[in-house]
Write a protein that binds this ligand. Structure first.
Ligand code: FES
Length: 174
């Protein structure tokens, strides 16, 4: 029995074997290489999957941030006036913030996380600034913008609302 006949019998027994394979039962090493078309298809599908995952992550984090911007009681105005500042957490329990009353009597609140390398800023009542002890960064209390040291970005501002003696954080402006 010739090799050709043997191959024909082998392929004829398999129901999924395409007709061309039966007609031309020649195999060579190149059959196992991935073609350019298959590679492009794989890369396109992979890119689409990654884009979809990125979009979903952005959407989910936006929803979480929006949801966490609920009002939160942060303390009493009397306590703030007595100490010059109060510390609180907003929008989540992992986000330290500071509220201060500036020299002109207005209330301001910011994230307490320095925009340089994330040390906690502290209120300097004499200079009316928020100071970062790690690398001597200084932020203005009025706007939260950096005025000295290595930080380049302003502190995220927390919007406050006062109702009687109670202070509420209402939104984080990033
Ligand atoms: S971490 Fe605040 S100045 Fe460097």
């Amino acid at each position: 029995m010739s090799t050709d006949t043997k191959n024909r019998e082998t392929f004829a027994g398999c129901a999924k074997t395409p007709k061309w394979r039966t007609d031309f039962p020649i195999e060579w090493e190149g059959d196992h290489y991935v073609s350019r078309r298959e590679m492009v298809k794989f890369l396109t599908l992979g890119s689409l999957l990654l884009a979809g995952a990125n979009w979903f992550t952005a959407f989910a984090s936006g929803m979480l941030r929006r949801g966490s911007n609920a009002q939160r009681y942060i303390g009493s105005a009397a306590k703030l006036d007595a100490a010059g500042y109060i510390l609180f957490r907003y929008p989540t329990d992992r986000d330290p913030c500071i509220a201060v009353r500036s020299a002109d009597g207005t209330l301001h609140a910011y994230s307490q996380v320095c925009t340089h390398l994330s040390c906690a800023v502290v209120f300097n009542g004499q200079a009316n600034t928020l100071d970062c002890p790690c690398h001597n960064g200084v932020f203005s209390v009025q706007e939260g913008r950096p005025i000295a040291g290595p930080p380049l970005r302003p502190l995220p501002r927390v919007r406050l609302q006062q109702r009687g003696d109670q202070l509420f954080a209402t939104a984080l402006e990033v």
